[in-house]
Design a protein. Structure first.
Length: 183
């Protein structure tokens, strides 16, 4: 989905006051995606620099599309209302905030997640479409989404993108970030 993450040559890290890491003009959606790539690059650099010496496990994760957060606060109201419905019933990729938190806890606690330098994801069968199910709670009838793909699923090691695997940019990002914070 556009805009795509694109770090360019990281020239924005070298320009005081740059709006974007690639030196371009600010774009909120691209900034979010760029920050995810930079986060994964940081995890890989931490793993490369410190894992063997310390034994610390460095991981990143994709919890799924959490469609009802403030991430979309700058979008129009109609989008903020329809996007979760679209994710639940059309793509099946909806993940609740509670489930995303459970996934984070799993990465911290699951013995399978002791491998360092990994990008964790869940296979929730995003092709499965959710349906409404009527249940009773506290003597009230409540409609809930059931069976939406993206929820549940099995933990797996996801593949990093080419941008994340760019070791030259990762080292440049690390050095420039250290310089910016005075290390």
């Amino acid at each position: 989905m556009y805009p795509r993450a694109n770090l360019g040559d990281l020239s924005g890290l070298e320009e005081p006051g740059a709006e974007m890491v690639d030196g371009g003009k600010f774009d909120g959606a691209k900034a979010y995606k760029d920050s995810k790539v930079l986060n994964m690059m940081t995890v890989r650099e931490l793993h490369r620099r410190y894992h063997d010496e310390t034994g610390i496990t460095f991981s990143s994760m994709y919890p799924g599309c959490i469609a009802e957060t403030n991430l979309f606060r700058e979008k129009r109201q109609w989008f903020r209302k329809l996007f979760p419905v679209f994710m639940k019933y059309v793509t099946g990729g909806y993940v609740s905030e509670d489930e995303a938190g459970q996934r984070l806890a799993q990465v911290i606690d699951d013995p399978r997640c002791t491998k360092s330098g990994i990008y964790w994801s869940w296979n929730g069968n995003a092709q499965q479409v959710g349906f409404m199910k009527q249940t009773k709670k506290d003597d009230k009838i409540v409609w809930e989404v059931s069976g939406a793909g993206g929820s549940g699923g099995d933990l797996f090691e996801n593949q990093f993108s080419g941008d994340v695997m760019n070791d030259e940019n990762a080292q440049k990002m690390w050095e420039q970030s250290a310089k910016l914070v005075g290390l």
